[in-house]
Design a protein around this ligand. Structure first.
Ligand code: HT7
Ligand code: ZN
Length: 888
């Protein structure tokens, strides 16, 4: 298949200033009349031909300046027009088949209603166009459809006309005043109702906000609306950015490949990221909705007003917008919290946990790529943790280096320079540099180099001189598959503190300074190796390294267990306190995993120091419940397997389960006490404080299911299941019952299904709970196979596929990687089944085996066979690109 290279970029030879679209919406065959004003791009190389993108379209007619035009060639990628004038009007009539579109890209049906998804290249499945982000046009869209079946007709921008037509049809005409790339086009034709609010923005303008959903979901829209209002206010306050349209709409759709889409003025959301009431949504759902609603809204400026020149620049909008949504969530949590710093730290821990689990793994595997990739076969495969999560860390580093004020000035200059343009990551970096009069040339490496950088740290205390020298050296591990060899030192902001033996931070003074300064120092590592010498250090301190995770790197430093325990107890930086606990647990777990591999794991062997350190955190009333829950949550099995030389999921599971049992039994009095103390009586509240209480209480319940107090725990779980007034508690209780097994578990599963039969998002949870169960005596692969035949399972709904299949493969590694290899057969079957139905989703599933080389030989060999099986039959370029790279 064709590989597209970043360095091959050329400006579009033609520009399209306006486009008028006229849709005759019919499920089987929708007709689209597309009238465009086209002109040569004065800044591009002359091209004798005009090529338009178009896929799976039936061309009906083509007119140039009102006359039929015949000098055209058509193939499966689009149209080529020859000998066109310098400026002209082109009218193309074509048809597409929404009812047969299972890819969920372009125009498709979900629950019988029309929706679109155009990013990245779906618009070409709707009509012929220059489907690339640097062609920005003004859209006027007329929708015609049957009024009874599709009473609501929506598109981008402002409604300018609507009315009835003959034959029971009606129409609506929309105009978007802002020029936009085709990937931001959207339409919806459906039977929906809306929650509405009117707000006044900072400049005094009136805006209409709508959250459109199916009628039975109207009671689940309040939280999304509140999140939208908060996002609008936050962007005004933090970045001076106002909503620029008269109305802003969110629409929920059940069949959707990703989380949501930022179409101009008409954001379309996976129902999972809009719908919430206490009965159906967990605390995590509430948190995610706030983040995703914020994320899509923030794209209105970072992505829509200033967009990407080409898809290699995807992180320009995604990294920046993830950073913005992370800051929004942190500010929202801090605003509501008694301890704002703790609330922020909690957010940071959550973000970094995801980065380390997903992006670090990606960056060490065959799909490793820079934040600004160099090439792709299928762009949909590059909506990755690297582009999003590492991209957000890269943006965060500007703020870390330049300060909040400096970062804001950089943002202001970026909008001043580039509003209405399609630009590059370099343009963003230049705005940051110029606004702060700082040379950021070296910072380019963060965009162009793949792989997670390592920073190894050496320290030397000189008692006589009372100095403490910290040497930082940056290096990379060899890139997988020799993907990239050229490396230059990066500019790494490295936050450091020195903790005195009494647990207090030292005021830091470098050898070239006159007086001591703050307790945390932002060192700038710009060379391969640098030494920083601190003076007036009276005792040997314990270094607190990379505070608040100031850069997306892996720190190598030989802490003793005692030092980690000390930091866990005393570090003033909550992030590093958590990180110390995780490092301590990881160390113990990896040692035990190695023992388990050799069947030497003594299940009675304890690590008393670790248990005592965790117990102290658990009992410490000065720490927030949310933070205690973070510390007591052990690293995932996937994370641990990634840290073995050769991943052995069974050994990791045995080790982790063993430590859970130890923590459960040794601290059982504490867990029972915590469980009793952290109840949240009264109506459900999705506040950070209440969420923290539930997180810790439900963690206690989960540990207790692994304790020897089975009967007592069973009683707690059953009572919680029966009396819960919210999904967090009911879900946690169900999961506890499943873990304990037996008839009560079966009864609870049946009850849960009946209770939520008409709530697809809750039924997704029902599938996921079963797929993730880890009871040793359960053959979960057979549970999954049985569930695949359940009437409520369908491969056409991505949420259902993710709930059952993805949850099993990523959430249950020990069972998925069972030695008989049946998990891999299931994987191959499902990838191939999805390959023709929904290539984008199939490729995401395919990626779950890309790290096959990392595993122990018997598993590796079976995975290899499964990959070969898929390679032999896969059709889509999406899946083929993944398998091909995995096998390289
Ligand atoms: N910008 C969007 C990315 C996206 C997408 C969304 C839905 C379906 C397919 C998609 N392909 C790409 C989502 C975002 O980052 O905000
Ligand atoms: Zn985004």
């Amino acid at each position: 298949a064709n590989t597209i290279y970043r360095t091959d970029y050329t400006s579009p030879p033609f520009l399209i200033d306006t486009i008028e679209l006229d849709f005759e919406l019919e499920p089987q065959r929708t007709t689209v009349i597309n009238k465009m004003q086209v002109r040569r791009n004065p800044e591009a190389k002359y091209s004798p031909k005009f090529q338009l993108d178009g896929e799976v379209l039936q061309l009906i007619s083509l007119h140039l300046d009102g006359m039929p035009y015949k000098n055209v060639q058509i193939d499966e990628t689009g149209l080529t027009l020859y000998e066109v004038p310098d400026a002209f009007e082109l009218t193309i009539t074509s048809a597409c088949e929404p009812a047969n579109n299972t890819s969920l890209m372009g125009l498709y049906l979900s629950n019988g209603h029309f929706f679109t998804q155009c990013e990245a290249q779906g618009f070409r499945k709707i009509t012929y166009f220059l489907d690339r982000p640097d062609v920005m046009a003004r859209y006027t869209v007329t929708l015609r459809a049957n009024k009874t079946a599709y009473p609501i007709l929506l598109s981008n921008g402002n409604l300018i006309e609507s009315g009835d037509l003959a034959d029971g049809k009606h129409y609506a005409k929309w105009h978007d005043p802002f020029a936009k790339p085709s990937y931001l086009f959207a339409l919806v034709a459906a039977q929906l109702v809306a929650l509405e609010e009117r707000i006044t923005t900072r400049s005094g303008a009136q805006k209409l906000l709508q959250v459109w959903v199916e009628a039975h979901d109207l009671d689940k829209t309040r939280h999304a609306m509140d999140s939208l209002i908060h996002a609008i206010q936050w962007d005004e306050a933090r970045f001076g950015l106002e909503l620029d349209l008269e109305r802003f709409m969110l629409v929920a759709v059940s069949d959707f490949n990703m989380g949501a889409m930022e179409n101009k003025g008409l954001n379309i959301f996976n129902t999972q990221y809009v719908l919430a009431n206490p009965q159906t949504a967990t605390d995590i759902d509430y948190t995610n909705i706030e983040a995703v609603v914020g994320h899509e809204y923030f794209h209105n400026w970072t992505g829509n007003r200033v967009t990407c020149r080409d898809w290699f620049q995807l992180s320009l909008k995604e990294g920046l917008t993830v950073f913005r949504d992370q800051e929004f969530s942190a500010d929202m949590a801090a605003a509501d919290a008694v301890n704002a710093a703790a609330a922020r730290a909690n957010q940071r821990i959550e973000n970094v946990r995801i980065l380390q689990q997903t992006q670090f793994t990606e960056d060490a595997g065959p799909m490793a790529h820079p934040v600004r990739p160099e090439s792709y076969v299928e762009i949909n495969n590059f909506y990755t943790a690297t582009v999003y999560e590492k991209g957000a860390e890269v943006v965060r580093m500007y703020q870390t280096l330049l300060g909040r004020e400096g970062f804001r000035q950089g943002m202001d200059l970026y909008f001043q320079r580039h509003d209405g343009q399609a630009v590059t990551c370099d343009d963003f970096r230049q705005a940051m540099a110029d606004a702060n009069q700082r040379d950021l040339t070296q910072f380019e490496g963060w965009y162009s180099q793949l792989g997670t950088p390592y920073v190894s740290v050496r320290t030397r205390y000189d008692e006589a001189a009372q100095t403490y020298a910290v040497t930082l050296a940056q290096h990379h591990k060899p890139a997988p598959n020799a993907l990239q060899v050229v490396r230059a030192p990066l500019l790494i902001p490295f936050a450091l503190g020195l903790v005195d033996t009494n647990g207090q931070d030292l005021a830091l003074q470098l050898d070239n300074e006159n007086a001591p300064g703050a307790a945390t120092r932002m060192l700038e590592l710009s060379a391969a190796e640098q030494t920083f010498c601190f003076i007036n250090v009276r005792r040997r301190p314990v270094p607190s390294l990379l505070r608040d995770f100031s850069a997306p790197v892996i720190v190598e430093y030989d802490y003793t267990d005692d030092e980690l325990i000390f930091l866990l107890a005393h570090d003033s930086d909550p992030f590093n306190r958590w990180a110390a606990g995780q490092q301590l647990a990881t160390r113990t777990l990896l040692t035990h995993a190695r023992q388990a591999e050799n069947t030497q794991l003594n299940t009675h062997e304890t690590n008393p120091a670790l248990i005592e350190a965790f117990g102290s955190v658990l009992r410490n009333p000065t720490l927030t419940p949310a933070f205690r829950a973070q510390v007591l949550t052990l690293p995932t099995e996937a994370y641990l397997a990634e840290h073995m030389d050769e991943a052995n999921p069974a050994a990791v599971h045995a080790a982790r389960q063993n430590l859970r049992v130890q923590l459960a039994n040794a601290l059982s009095d504490d867990w029972f006490a915590i469980y009793a103390q952290h109840q949240t009586p009264g109506p459900y509240q999705p506040t950070p404080a209440a969420m923290g209480q539930r997180a810790l209480k439900n963690l206690a319940l989960s540990y207790l299911t692994d304790s020897e107090h089975t009967e007592r725990t069973l009683h707690l779980a059953q009572t919680q299941y029966d009396t819960a007034n919210n999904m967090s508690d009911r879900g946690a209780a169900l999961s506890a019952l499943i873990h304990l097994g037996g008839e009560l578990a079966q009864a609870a599963l049946t009850d849960f299904y009946q209770r939520f039969e008409n709530e697809p998002l809750a039924i997704d949870k029902w599938f996921a709970f079963q797929a993730r169960q880890t009871r040793a005596e359960m053959d979960v692969i057979n549970v999954v196979r049985t569930l695949l035949r359940h009437p409520a399972f369908t491969s056409k709904n991505p949420n259902r596929v993710r709930a059952l299949i993805f949850s099993f493969i990523s959430g249950n590694p020990a069972q998925f990687h069972a030695p008989h290899g049946a998990g891999y057969t299931l994987w191959a079957e499902q990838v191939l089944a999805l390959d023709t139905l929904n290539p984008q989703l199939a490729a995401r599933l395919a990626r779950l085996l890309e790290r096959w080389r990392k595993f122990i030989p018997p598993l590796r060999e079976q995975m290899h066979k499964a990959l070969e099986t898929v390679l032999a039959s896969a059709q889509s370029k999406d899946v083929r690109e993944i398998i091909h790279k995995a096998l390289l």
